[in-house]
Structures are given as C-alpha cells and as structure tokens.
Design a protein around this ligand. Sequence first.
Ligand code: PLP
Length: 372
Amino acid sequence: MSTRKVPFFDYPYVFKSEEETYMNIFKDVCSRGAFILQKDLTEFEKNLAEFVGVKYAVGVANGTDAITMGLRAAGIKEGDECIFSSHTFVATAAAIHYAGGKPVPVECAPDHQISVEDIRKNITDKTKFIVPTQLNGRCSKMDDIIEIANEYNLKIVEDSAQALGAKFKGQCAGTFGSSGSISFYPAKVLGCFGDAGAVFTNDEEVYKSLMIQRDHGRCPETGEVVDWGLNLRMDNLQAAFLNQKLKSYPSVITRRREIAAIYNDRLKDLEQLALPPAPTEGGDYFDIFQNYEIRAERRDELKKFLADNNIGTLCQWGGKAVHEFEALKLSKDLPFTEQVTSTMLLLPINMSVSNDDIEYVCETITKFYKSL
Ligand SMILES: *Cc1c(COP(=O)(O)O)cnc(C)c1O
C-alpha cells in the first residue's frame, strides 16, 4: 500500500508558502500602526479592480457581507423575491434573507451552475433579483441570465465568492450585474489569513452606498453620518497580505487549470463518474477551478475508499443543497439538484499537491471502480 497522503486542503500552506515575505509585511503594517482603512487597503482595492476589469472594488469583512451589501446597495426591499441556485453555500440565501429579501431556490444545470430554464420558471411579479453563484470557479451562462434580467427588469447581484478571475466570453465573474462579491476565506483560490471579502461594481451610486455601509454609515470624504451603516470593513493587514498574494495569482490559476486537465484526462473514461467541463482555451468559459467537483456512483463508498488510502475529499456544503436544510423552510422539489447533492464529491485541488499526488488520486479512483 502506498504511504502517500493527499490531504483535501493544507491550511498552514496558505502561510508557509511565502512565510518570510508575510512576516515582513506583518512587521511593516503593524509598526506603521496601519490597522484600519489605510493605504494597503486602497492599493489592494485598486489592483483588484484592475485585475478583474471593473471600475470599483471595495474591501469588506467577508464574502457573505459582500453579497448582503450588494443587495442593499441595489435597493432591495422587504419581500423582494431573489432567485438563486440551491446548489450553493447557505451564505447566498442568508445574505438575501438578512438584506430583507425572500430567497427562492432553483435547480442547477449539468455543469452545476444555475439553470437558466429554472430561473424562467420561477419568475413571479415579486421577483426583483437574480443572484447567480459562479460555482466552483466557473461562470453561469451570463448572456442568457442578462437577457432574462432585461426582459423582466430584474437586477443581477452575483455571488462570485468562488470565481475570482473566472471569465465568460472574456468578461470576469463579479462584473456582470449591479455588483459581484468575492470571498478571501483561507481555502478560497485567493485566500487570506482569516476572513475578508470584496464587492465589485461599475455603478458609481452602488459604490458610494458600499463605502457608506461598510463604515458606520459615514461619508468617506466628510466623516458625517449620512445613513445607517455597520462595521463591515476589511482589515488593512489582510489587505496587505492579499496584495502580495494577488501578484502571483495568475500563476495560481494556471496551476489549478493544469491539475483539472490531469483529472479530466485520467478520469474521463470512467462511466461511473460525471466530470466538470475540462479547461478549454478560447471558448466561452475560462474556469479557475476553485473546486474540482465530480458526480460519482456509489459516492459514499468511493469517499471511504479514498479516505482509507489517505486521500481527503469533501462533500460541498456538508452534502446538502440550501433547500434541503429544513430549518430554513425553503423546502421544494428540486430533483436534479438532489441527484447532484447525493452524488457530488470534491477532489483535492490546491497549490500544495503535486502531479504525482493527482495521479495517485486518479489511480485510486480507477482501482475502486475496477474492483467492483
Ligand atoms: C465562501 C463562499 C461564500 C461566503 O464567503 P465568506 O467569506 O466565508 O463569508 C459565499 N458563497 C459561496 C458560493 C462561497 O463559496
């Protein structure tokens, strides 16, 4: 038996990959006393906006607040129906709930992104928002979604927490609608050393609202309180770390696409699996592979077999779609999504795994199905 270990995610690696550089940043920022709303944050916001090709990026406390703020900035009102894919993190629905909206879960499509057909089926005269999750580092079918939004006069607020740098027809996730959100949770593709997030927008009014919301309702120029606000700011220290990490981010995307290509090549002939679309050059989609999510027959047995062979895997969201959490009272008949949640599995994909590790994962999966 192999002694190789492939953990699902290596948290200390987030720091250890460039330990000395981060220690120097820590010293520099802290000895300047630059803790809240300082130049490191402003610089990171500028670089981030440039990276995705958007007018404004606003650093906030986390990815969940980013969605809530985006909805508020777009003028959500009590009871506004917001359509989202049930195959998402509970945070998408919670953000809608806390912004005063009514979360309306719909089906996902075979590529696990929100189903365009099911968006149409769920539109009522109370529908005001579409909140597509750009899941696993891939964009939803944004041209169709924009068409529906225009037809019914709906606003789009993207949950692009998992998709920094993912593109649809050359345009980055988070830049299609009224606003888009990003999470810098440590396990995200661009992860920091704690919680942080950002909101993107091209709309100056939305931008102004975000800046006011995040700092106790104060106007950034005058300091005067001009509205109700909260403390939703990104730590300046996290911004300084993220600014460093952003420099090597394009190579991170390249590496993740490389790993995904190996998975696709080695696993494509196993008929017991449904794989995510392979990374392609020059097509409509540029995926950054936050996750490599497969659907697998006998998923639970496979998961156990992999664990017995020292390979870490994960069922996203604890194995349930949002409408399956009974406490939230969003129960609904979403048969395809339930088929997905009962078969889905995330394979290891991150910067600390080697090609040999990936080959080992593929060999072990193949061994499992050949042994049946
Ligand atoms: C991570 C994530 C969030 C929330 O981000 P936090 O920074 O943890 O609040 C929201 N939606 C999706 C799809 C996510 O993966």
